[in-house]
Design a protein around this ligand. Structure first.
Ligand SMILES: *[C@@H]1O[C@H](CO)[C@@H](O)[C@H](O)[C@H]1NC(C)=O
Ligand SMILES: *[C@@H]1O[C@H](CO)[C@@H](O)[C@H](O)[C@H]1NC(C)=O
Length: 436
């Protein structure tokens, strides 16, 4: 038989049909891929973005919704971004110490930029979290900073996976998403100055440092939900924390409880939070759960909710505000049509300690915190799960803050940023299909 096959392979006739066979084969592979990912991609979609009605939250994970007319395009990679992408594919570390993840674990994503003195505090706080060894910690880096990398590599208290945003502006010193030659600056008039760029609603041109954060958040969300081996098939919750969130010892057990209680106690809740949406509040100290507007400290939601957010990629990516959270409050959540609540306990299990903004405080002469000395009084009640399943839910309605109608703080007017953002939304979906 083997001999027969080999002679057949030499057959010139076969060689002529080989390209056709390969084309059919690759088409079949692509088809299998699309079906497996439940991706809806139809080149005949109208220019109207809302291509499908999104079914209500009903327990199943919604299909991916995309705009068939948008042609995703990622910047040309450089050596550094290629090497970072290779690291993104490496399996988690510490599997020798923690070979198994608990059945009911909630994965934690810690997203970081470049404030090592802050990260050190967060990592130290995480090392004291009850149950942390049961889960996987994914650290998402906004590009590459050696000191940040080193801190994360020193973690030994749970499985850790690092991912690095390969299109972070600072990785591209002389091309987009960094600054390209010929780009407009500040309030330049593109016609007069013959420069490239679209100003925001306040007349300002893009600043790579400022757009970095929103790009990273969106890249990270798309990657952790749709682009990692480690989260493939996951429909449950992921907890998101940031490089300036101090995490209390009971945070993990509390968020596990809240994730279980959410469907029973609060049908309108999309998420659960470790802290009040008012970042300065320690909580009310009541004997009840609280439902309120989504906060940005220690939030968790599941893949159904992610699909709803992802379906609003166009809204997210075209809103003229460089803050991801204000973008969510002012456009994405309001577009869901019903109020978006989150469930939390009456006492915070995470706290924001950042005194300085992301774009300042890097100078050694002016650190925003004195390294490691963050004054949080951890009481006995913060060391044990302190949420009771028999509590009722107190709902805060009509809270103030950013909401539909807010026009945004600007900083996100350049079409190139909007297109890159939308490309991130599609990079794990139809990019494969469109490259056939
Ligand atoms: C995800 O969370 C939403 C909101 O709490 C809920 O309605 C939905 O049933 C959940 N989906 C899954 C797959 O658990
Ligand atoms: C809730 O359960 C605790 C015991 O865990 C009990 O002491 C308390 O009285 C209960 N509260 C209500 C409102 O039922």
């Amino acid at each position: 038989m083997a001999f027969y096959k080999r002679t057949r392979m030499k057959d010139a006739g076969f060689r002529r049909v080989l390209p056709l066979v390969l084309v059919v084969l690759s088409a079949v592979i692509v088809l299998i891929f699309l079906l497996r990912n439940r991706t809806i991609y139809d080149a005949t979609f109208s220019s109207n973005y809302e291509v499908r009605d999104i079914p209500a939250l009903d327990g199943g994970v919604d299909p991916v919704v995309m705009d068939g007319n948008f042609k995703p395009k990622l910047p040309k990679k450089n050596e550094l971004s290629i090497s970072l992408e290779q690291r993104n594919r490496q399996p988690p570390r510490n599997t020798d110490l923690f070979p198994n993840l608990a059945k009911d674990h909630i994965k934690i994503v810690l997203y970081v930029h470049n404030r090592p003195q802050y990260l050190q505090v967060v990592v130290e706080s995480l090392s004291n979290v009850e149950g942390i060894g049961e889960t996987l910690l994914i650290v998402s880096h906004d590009g590459y900073f050696a000191e940040m990398d080193k801190i994360v590599q020193s973690i030994r208290f749970c499985q850790v996976k690092q991912i690095f945003a390969p299109y972070s502006p600072h990785l591209f010193p002389d091309s987009f998403p960094g600054v390209s030659p010929g780009d407009c600056h500040d309030k330049d008039d593109p016609v007069e100055k013959k420069c490239k760029g679209h100003a925001d609603q306040y007349g300002n041109h893009r600043s790579p440092k400022i757009v970095s954060l929103k790009h990273h958040w969106w890249w990270m969300m798309n990657t952790v939900w749709d682009g990692l081996e480690e989260t493939k098939g996951l429909s449950g919750h992921i907890l998101f924390i940031e490089e300036d969130h101090f995490i209390y010892p009971n945070a993990y057990r509390n968020i596990q409880l809240l994730a279980v209680l959410k469907p029973q106690k609060c049908a309108e809740c999309y998420a659960a939070n470790l802290a009040p949406s008012d970042v300065n509040s320690k909580g009310e100290g009541w004997q009840s759960l609280i439902a309120e507007k989504m906060g940005n400290i220690g939030y968790t939601f599941n893949k159904t909710v992610w699909r709803k957010i992802h379906a609003k990629a166009k809204e997210f990516c075209s809103f003229d505000d460089y803050n991801w959270d204000i973008t969510m409050w002012a456009t994405v959540y309001p577009s869901f049509g019903t109020p978006v609540y989150t469930l939390r306990g009456p006492r915070r299990s995470a706290a924001h300690f950042g005194k300085c903004g992301l774009h300042q405080g890097q100078g050694k002469s002016n650190p925003c915190i004195d390294s490691g000395k963050v004054g949080f009084d951890i009481e006995a009640i913060d060391r044990i799960p302190n949420i009771k399943p028999n509590w009722t839910v107190h709902v805060f309605e009509k809270q103030s803050g950013y909401q539909a109608g807010f026009k945004g703080w600007g900083g996100w007017g350049d079409e190139r940023d909007r297109d890159l953002c939308l490309s991130f939304a599609y990079m794990f979906h139809n990019m494969e299909a469109s490259s056939v």
